[in-house]
Design a protein around this ligand. Sequence first.
Ligand SMILES: Nc1nc2c(ncn2[C@@H]2O[C@H](COP(=O)(O)OP(=O)(O)OP(=O)(O)O)[C@@H](O)[C@H]2O)c(=O)[nH]1
Ligand SMILES: [Mg+2]
Length: 294
Amino acid sequence: MTFLSGYIGIIGPPNVGKSTLLNRILGRKAAIVSPRPQTTRNRIIGIHHEEGVQMVFIDTPGIHMTRTPLHKSMVASALAVFQEVDILLVMVQLGEGDDAAVSPILKHLKGMKRPCLLLINKVDKVSKEMLLPLMADYAKRHPFDAIIPISALTGDGVDLLMNELRSRLRPGPQFFPKEMETDQTENFLIAEVIREKIYLHVRQELPYACAVTVEKIDDLPKRDLLTISARIHVETESQKGILIGRGGRMIQAVGRSARIELEEIFGVRVYIDLTVRVEKNWTRDTRALRRLGY
Ligand SMILES: Nc1nc2c(ncn2[C@@H]2O[C@H](COP(=O)(O)OP(=O)(O)OP(=O)(O)O)[C@@H](O)[C@H]2O)c(=O)[nH]1
Ligand SMILES: [Mg+2]
């Protein structure tokens, strides 16, 4: 039997559920998820293995109009995926203002030769009657090879999506070894889980000014303990104050939820030491961006 494989890009506006879909397909957390837009900042590869089949998914930052260097670098990494993949998944959701977010993306698809499937996500939130006219409308706007309503959250429609993808794979190499599920390092996953908890606990704009780096990891197998030193970088002193919170309450809450999740992921006890550091205007400084992984 010939081996079938391919690279599959997941693109779309922010917050539509791209990372949720990647995690659902892999059956594990590879990308962090939050109720706020612009959560994903890097492209993240997740590999789905089947007998004789390998699908390499690329989750990307949401595409949006932007000016700051951080967001520009995020959007550029998403747009680059258009050229690299064998199949493109364009994800949208239903809701106000979504059209403005989707139109520029559809423009980028013009003239593309690769198979391109449209995923309408979050169908668990809408009535089925709303779906048909919307699908017809999208079919008019771009010649998608298929339009598939799904719920990345409940898994509804995901089997159908996987069938559609399987039928479009071509003979190709096994790009990654069988045991490899993602290209992300342990350090990256730890930093991202901490960043996710900042999005969940800290209000307003502050999470957008945060970057996380892991400074040190000690794995003590005999004691079943992983000790992690991580640093949260913010742009100003006042942000530092808010992030730490009164009596350290905010930073402790972030650390606690990150610890609980990382203990689940790694199956050992975890201790996290979090410090906050001011890196002035890092979201605008290209050298700082590179240093922090963007
Ligand atoms: N109801 C519902 N919520 C969903 C579904 N998929 C994702 N969500 C929620 O939508 C929010 C955004 O999900 P993400 O997976 O972070 O979205 P994203 O497209 O990766 O966002 P960015 O990384 O910011 O571009 C989260 O609160 C998810 O729980 C779905 O199928 N149904
Ligand atoms: Mg995401």
